[in-house]
Design a protein around this ligand. Sequence first.
Ligand SMILES: Nc1nc2c(ncn2[C@@H]2O[C@H](COP(=O)(O)OP(=O)(O)OP(=O)(O)O)[C@@H](O)[C@H]2O)c(=O)[nH]1
Ligand SMILES: [Mg+2]
Length: 479
Amino acid sequence: MTLEHGPLFAAAGDEPPRAVVVAVQLPTIDDGELASSMAELERLASTLGVEPIARVTQRRAKLAPGVVLGEGKLKELAKYTGGTGVVPAYERPGKKSSPDDADGEEEDGDDEADAADAGDAEAGEASGAESDPKKRATVVLVDHDLTPTQQRNLEKATGADVLDRTSVILEIFHRHARTREARLQVEIARLRYLAPRLRESTDRGDRVRGGVGGKGAGESSLELDRRRIRDRIAELRDELSQIEGGSRTRRARRSELPTVAIVGYTNAGKSSLMRALTSVDVYVADKLFATLDTTVRRLAPATEPPILVSDTVGFIKKLPHDLVASFRSTLDEAGDADLLLHVVDGSDAALADHIAVTREVLGDIRDDQPTWLLLNKIDRVDEAGRARLAERFPGALHLSARERSDVAALRERLIAHFAGALEEADLLVPWTAQRIVHQIHERTTVLAEDHSEDGTRLRVRAPARILDELRTALGGAPA
Ligand SMILES: Nc1nc2c(ncn2[C@@H]2O[C@H](COP(=O)(O)OP(=O)(O)OP(=O)(O)O)[C@@H](O)[C@H]2O)c(=O)[nH]1
Ligand SMILES: [Mg+2]
């Protein structure tokens, strides 16, 4: 059975679908934050091939429960999409009410005052869209999570496809997922996102449920759909846990080698740094969520012992990260690492926000973990900007993943960091246990080796844990 839903929005011929981006400016959000959050949503939209044409914003104490925006703003929004700007009849399970009621206690009288806000839609363009259907937006992107009711009501008022931030991100994950693991994770996340929306759905024509139909005897469509989704999620989870079991084993196997996890906000330059440090051709792109899988490679040129570096999925704000299991594996990877490289786009005005999001998502992993803050893309920052960064983030490293010398310096630092944790020891391998010599060569740096009457004597350098294991294998007797 497939639960794939159809396209999230209709394409208008060869033209990319046009979108209006909507955000409510809550009292806690300043103008800069609002603008950067909307700009990010626009970048997400472009990743999906949608062209943002206008922004509609409104200051409100909270989202209007029924339709997000106040009455006047809703009409303004509808001008871009050719919709009516009103919801004919609110659909709430067990309750029918008028549009005014559904808007809650929120006063809409502030609409007019807000119309002149920076970033607000130009009224002239909007009326142009109204008169020319070809210029109309067919998609409305809302920079908040919507309840199913809000989504449905907005669709009625605008006549456009309405997507919230989470669904936009899930769609990107869906399109970018390449490996079996990533695909499974995305499908589970989509079903989990869909499930509560299904619960509140009352009409069978719901676009998002396409393909789920086929009601059984004595079962309502809704119950059937829910059961099918539950079963499907269970099935997918089983399959996923088998694959994940594999990654856990792989992680355990390499856990004795020093490992470094590259983490950070999406588009910070994690994969670029990974590529520069390991010479592995991981995918780098100027788009959000280019990387959806963890890649682990050895630091290059090779070191002794090898240092493993992993590239992970980037984080983003306002995303329920527990929805997407790719983040879970990123967290596992990060939790197991001996060192975290927290990469930040040092040239992004919102970098403090990005750092906070990454720290928050990483939140409950071990706090005893050394973390280096790397301010990347420093080539894009002028001298004055660098000085300000140095003041704001003392101790952070400035670098450009594109600058060979910066990457070489980081590599040296990594080697120094891990070499410091290594110990030297003498091991004596009796002639009867010569196969262990081979193991020693694989797992340690052999500094000297000579052969005596008792066996092979080696001077080695390795992490204490490995030395202990080797001593145990040799019968516990230190040389
Ligand atoms: N100017 C400049 N651009 C950089 C630097 N590092 C990365 N970039 C660019 O930034 C964009 C994103 O780089 P990626 O390495 O794909 O970023 P990422 O953190 O892996 O992003 P996701 O996988 O999407 O989370 C690409 O266009 C890179 O070429 C840098 O040091 N300087
Ligand atoms: Mg990447």
